[in-house]
Design a protein around this ligand. Structure first.
Ligand code: P6P
Length: 354
């Protein structure tokens, strides 16, 4: 038996595929569809990672020359990422339909026998592409409520944050990471392009109960509600660090690991907030709660917010629990007065990978 094998040949670690398989084996009823769906997301992430990393060379930076359904100019890479994820989800066979920030309507994949639907922001923060700042993909997975074998329905996407069975993001940064949860903790995987694999690098991510980083666009300070403006001024008086890169996934990920709060309040330009409930707020709220943090719209848990429109916007305060509570006085009263806690709606007993 060769001695000291690990010293001679350092183990490469647990790949995403092996991690998913181990989780699937842990649940007798898992039948593999969600596992495959997560693999399809990871495949698209690898392809988008390649496109993002060579954007400057491949002439895919800059504007696409069209607008999405919300009148927002599309960057070329927004459209490329949208196409890549849609193709991976369609060809993977496990998603019956997709809602994307880049298309107004529900996109039916033709996989009517599939159990799941996916809501996605294919490339968030894309205005940063041309200046080489981190950008990200955010995704959210639901078990469909329309009968399997029939065409998917809008209602499959309007179940509310507590009905998510999985959620995650891809961060295309100094390294590319995929971070996700299926309701049993938050796990981070770092991409090794030389091997074409995501490797487990962050087990059971938990976010600090408080922090000294606040992330918001202080250019809108005069538009913020009084409670939020007072909170930002308190952060300044406490000499907290202002960190805001204009890329939600990048700001969220840093605050998740170090502790902090990200705030996107209502503003004059965005009276209901700028961020989308279905494919930005809900998935990040699921993740942050699984990591011990909190996400509100200032009055209630993001996960409890009812959704009526696919591209509905919501204010978002997300990160370390104590910081979010401080900027959500209605909740902090309930929290500290012993009053009726906001019912943490039962998360679906996620059969995790199924
Ligand atoms: P503003 C990017 O467009 C985004 O959706 C988030 O990634 C980012 O945090 C926010 O909007 C930036 O918005 O209004 O501060 O430029």
């Amino acid at each position: 038996m060769i001695e000291n094998q690990d010293k001679i040949a350092l183990p490469v670690g647990v790949t995403l595929d092996r991690f998913i398989k181990r989780n699937e084996d842990a649940f007798p009823f898992a039948t593999g569809e969600l596992s495959q769906l997560l693999r399809d997301v990871a495949l698209a992430a690898k392809i988008v990672n390649r496109e993002v990393n060579r954007a400057g060379l491949a002439g895919v930076t800059g504007l696409f020359g069209a607008e999405n359904g919300h009148g927002e100019s599309q960057q070329k890479l927004d459209v490329i990422a949208h196409i890549r994820f849609l193709r991976a989800l369609r060809n993977g066979g496990e998603a019956a339909a997709v809602v994307s920030e880049e298309e107004d309507e529900v996109l039916v994949t033709g996989n009517e026998g599939a159990k799941y639907v996916v809501a996605i922001d294919p490339l968030d923060g894309s205005s940063n592409i041309d200046v080489n700042v981190s950008i990200g993909t955010i995704f959210s997975i639901y078990r469909r409520i329309s009968p399997i074998g029939t065409p998917p329905a809008m209602e499959d996407f309007l179940q509310g944050g507590n009905r998510q069975v999985a959620a995650g993001y891809v961060l295309y940064g100094t390294s590319t990471m995929l971070v996700y949860t299926t309701g049993r903790g938050v796990y981070g995987f770092t991409y090794d392009a030389s091997l074409g694999e995501f490797f487990l690098s962050h087990k059971q991510i938990t976010t600090p109960g408080t922090g000294s980083i606040y992330s918001c666009n202080e250019g809108n300070l005069n538009d913020f509600p009084d409670t939020v403006r007072s909170y930002v001024e308190a952060c300044r008086s406490r000499r907290y660090s202002a960190r805001y890169i204009g890329s939600l996934v990048g700001d969220f990920h840093r605050n998740l690991l170090k502790g902090g709060i990200y705030l996107y309040p209502p503003t004059a330009r965005a009276p209901n907030g700028k961020l989308r409930l279905l494919y930005e707020c809900y998935p990040l709220a699921f993740l942050v709660e699984q990591a011990g943090g909190m996400a509100t719209d200032g009055t209630m848990r993001i996960m409890d917010l009812p959704i009526r429109l696919l591209h509905q916007r919501a204010p978002l305060y997300i990160g370390s629990r104590e910081m979010v509570l401080e900027v959500s006085p209605a909740l902090s009263d309930a929290e500290h007065s012993g009053g009726p806690m906001l019912q943490k709606a039962e998360l679906p007993v996620s059969t995790a990978i199924s």
